[in-house]
Design a protein around this ligand. Structure first.
Ligand SMILES: Cc1cc2nc3c(=O)[nH]c(=O)nc-3n(C[C@H](O)[C@H](O)[C@H](O)COP(=O)(O)OP(=O)(O)OC[C@H]3O[C@@H](n4cnc5c(N)ncnc54)[C@H](O)[C@@H]3O)c2cc1C
Length: 444
């Protein structure tokens, strides 16, 4: 995991962003957050709050005052009747999920990990998959935020509703979020079916799968002609008890193989080997893709999210869903024409439109295409070539994943761009919360 080190530096999870903050603040209350912002204002310092450092971009980096909300990460207040849950902004999703389950509730959708903080996840428009579902930020119905002058603004449907509308995906540019209220749904299970199939067949049929399945996605393993198609269907059916001990062990092994062996330990070892001998990568990818099929049913968050222990760099783009598969095919051409093997899969997901100004799915049903490389391996030519494809489709980069855009290239891609800038001028006119990344993507 990334985070603060004994030598005073801060690193993100992937290790490609390093900061040397002048001061680290660990507030234990909203009053302490206000006080530290006021102090920084008096000193003319910039302030940046970090979550768990799972962004690949420099969005969380601070060489001035760095704030961690580990001390504001525990409180959960559930209103069972409405399904609304008020939580500390620094709470991690994997801490929140079991506590929601205890209350008979769940988040409507999740990404493929759950170690992010609530505020970190919503701030970058973190999402999962499913055309009938939306990003995590879309579940936000209330926020409390400490603004650039240290005042607290409470936003919900009744008060400051215009600010709530914008601040759900705030990039950390509008202030320090101290509390989030989430509209949850009754707890549910997911019936997961995972199959390795020829990638051409998956591309042909994916639009139907996406329309017919709650949560569909696929991973193409470059140089193999194969893809892992994942389909998750929501259900209240309980997991069936295993028929016998052997059956139980076989079930456990199948999941373990998918998550731990293929996605983590063995995958990591194969990537190390591929770095030493790039010519082996296509054969190694074949091993990872395998021929398997797994089917299981369990609690929603255990299916949506799984551990990622192999570190990588990632770029992800959001394009209108109607041109998603065409853009994906062009990414395949980029990979095939790159002149060196790529050992990480290309991921494809879909999501319903929302109305949040800087959400990557703002105003349009969306397809997400994500490319990855093993940490520490060359990626700029690959990612730039993929970005050129996405530019042709009005692509919006994930705020927390690598890209090369600037405010000048991004402004036209968001219908709510000006509304966001106006909220920023209102909440942080002195740019107390800016950093180099925000100066680049939002303008100084
Ligand atoms: C292995 C891996 C898997 C991932 N999977 C997915 C996925 O499936 N889907 C997806 O969309 N993304 C995914 N991501 C990206 C990740 O969800 C985002 O980058 C997310 O923002 C990380 O949350 P964090 O808590 O680590 O925040 P950080 O990366 O630490 O910070 C992100 C931003 O949030 C701001 N922020 C944090 N706390 C606050 C606060 N209290 N108030 C105001 N601003 C705040 C920071 O200033 C910064 O701007 C993945 C990343 C990794 C490394």
């Amino acid at each position: 995991m990334g985070g603060l080190r004994a030598d005073g530096t801060w690193r993100n999870w992937a290790g490609n962003q390093v900061a040397r903050p002048a001061r680290v603040e660990r507030p234990g209350s909203e009053e302490e957050v206000s006080a530290l912002v006021r102090r920084a204002a008096t000193e003319g310092r910039r302030v940046r709050v970090v979550g768990t450092g799972h962004s690949f971009t420099g969005i969380a980096v601070s060489d001035d005052v760095l704030v961690t909300l580990d001390g504001l990460a525990d409180r959960v207040e559930v209103d069972v009747a409405s399904g609304r849950v008020r939580v500390d902004a620094g709470m991690r999703l994997d801490v929140l999920n079991p506590r929601l389950l205890d209350a008979g509730l769940a988040l409507p959708n999740l990404g493929d990990i759950a170690v992010q903080t609530v505020a970190g996840a919503i701030s970058t428009s973190t999402h999962g998959t499913g055309l009938g579902f939306r990003s995590i930020a879309d579940a936000v119905v209330g926020l409390r935020v400490v603004t650039g002058d240290g005042f607290v603004v409470a936003c919900d449907g009744g008060q400051n509703a215009d600010l709530l509308h914008v601040a759900r995906v705030g990039l950390g540019a509008l202030g320090i979020v101290t509390e989030v209220t989430l509209q949850c749904v009754p707890a549910f299970n997911l019936h997961a079916v995972e199959e390795v199939r020829p990638v051409d067949e998956v591309l042909e049929s994916f639009a139907d799968h996406a329309a017919a399945t709650d949560h569909a996605e696929f991973f193409w393993m470059p140089h193999t002609g194969r893809a892992l198609l994942k389909r998750n269907t929501r259900t209240t059916e309980a997991p069936s008890p295993p028929r016998n001990r052997r059956h139980a062990l076989r079930r456990r092994w199948k999941r373990f193989k998918n998550e731990e062996v293929m996605a983590n330990a063995v995958f990591g070892a194969l990537n190390h080997l591929g770095r030493l001998r790039p010519s082996l990568v296509p054969r190694l990818n074949g091993l990872v893709a395998g021929d398997g099929r797994a089917e299981y049913l369990t609690t929603s968050y255990e299916v949506f999210a799984s551990p990622r222990r192999v570190r990588f760099y990632e770029m992800e783009y959001a394009v209108p869903v109607d041109c998603g598969l065409e853009a994906f095919r062009r990414v395949q051409e980029v990979v095939d024409g790159l002149g060196r093997p790529i050992s990480f899969p290309v991921e494809y997901r879909v999501l319903g439109a929302d109305d949040i100004p800087l959400s990557t799915a703002s105003g349009r049903d969306t397809a997400y295409i994500a490319v990855h490389v093993f940490r520490g391996t060359p990626h700029e030519d690959y990612f730039r070539a993929v970005e050129a494809v996405m530019d042709d489709h009005g692509g919006r980069p994930h705020w927390g994943k690598l890209h090369f855009q600037s405010a000048a290239t991004l402004a036209d891609r968001y219908p709510g761009w000006e509304a966001f800038l106006a909220a920023r001028d209102r909440l942080d006119p002195e740019r107390r919360f800016s950093n180099d990344y925000l100066d680049r993507v939002l303008g100084a």
